[in-house]
Design a protein around this ligand. Sequence first.
Ligand code: KDG
Ligand code: MG
Length: 406
Amino acid sequence: MNIVAAEVIVTSPDRNFVTLKLTTDNGLTGWGDATLNGRELSVASYLTDHVVPLLIGRDAHRIEDTWQFLYRSAYWRRGPVTMTAIAAVDVALWDLKAKAAGLPLYQLLGGASRTGIMAYGHASGRDQEELFDSIRRHLDEGFRSIRVQTSVPGIDAVYGVIAPAAASEHYEPAQRAPLPAEEDWDSRAYLRHIPTVFEAVRNEFGPELPLLHDVHHRLTPIQAARLGKSLEPYDLFWLEDCTPAENQEALRLVRNHTVTPLAIGEVFNTVWDYQALIREQLIDYVRSAVTHTGGITAMRKLLDYAAQYQIKSGIHGPTDISPIGMAAALHLDLAIHNFGIQEYMPHGPLTNEVFRQTFTFQDGYLHPGDQPGLGVELDEEAAARFPYQPAYLPFNRLKDGTVHDW
Ligand code: KDG
Ligand code: MG
């Protein structure tokens, strides 16, 4: 099964997506997600200009060899652009191998370890009433675990809270515009407010509901330690990205002060970013995306390493992961033993026109379906109707104008 064509498709139905299409000499098509939010065209170029020529004529069955070849032969290792490009090739090759075998991909990863994949949804509100309504809507949609984000008095725009004018209730940070939007931040106001929100949510919705919260890298280690400690009475499922992710040492300090479970890693792209975090058991959940971390081959190894320390998966699944990347995550979730939870933000209707999907969400659980391969096919005619549009994630400034982590 040799690769005869490799093509990069950029489309922007509800948002930008980059997809790799591989075609083999036995007539199969494999798909890989190469979407890197706000930097989409860099991965498209990396693939088209530097990787596609290397793929033509290669045996599509040689997944491990292709991964090692792309990682080592470039000389320049790691980084989000490189690892997203490698992930797209890797996932497309797994799609091809599973299609050739006539099996859903999870069967090649060892088969199902569970019947369904617990998913968490994103509830948010500008005040308590809006937040409670959003949580109730998520419960009605079937979600049984919920991430809670709210506005903070004194801050105009807070990460994870839907903008007033937005059409959908699902939060989408990247905005189509020629320049990034500027938001504001105040850590002290945030630290005062968040525990009161979780107290109110627990009082209203009871002790059972798993609740999650994302800090989006905005605190210093000691501030994060204080937040974790102050949230202990509300029994969070996890506190995510409490400090900037580059500094693994920071989590040691946080860990020394709180038993609130910690999740980190959506901006990581290799196992090396987790080396101390896993070995020293400084986190509880691995948040990497299959799409940004070298694909299924690398994620499987990373999660097997985490499993030795009872650290579980919490694979990144916002809308900037395409349905192809989402399906790849679901096959892995179903197969691994140390599954924790899966993030799930449903895509918009235009995205679902472009990406024909077979995965399902029912009673709080996702399932990748049993079609051979990933179970997602891109409709190229539909994709062509939605050309790329420049879009950026926002950024933050403090009150005095200093740029802060977003
Ligand atoms: O591209 C950035 C988004 O994926 C990010 O803002 C989403 O933090 C995020 C999450 O936990 O889903
Ligand atoms: Mg996050």
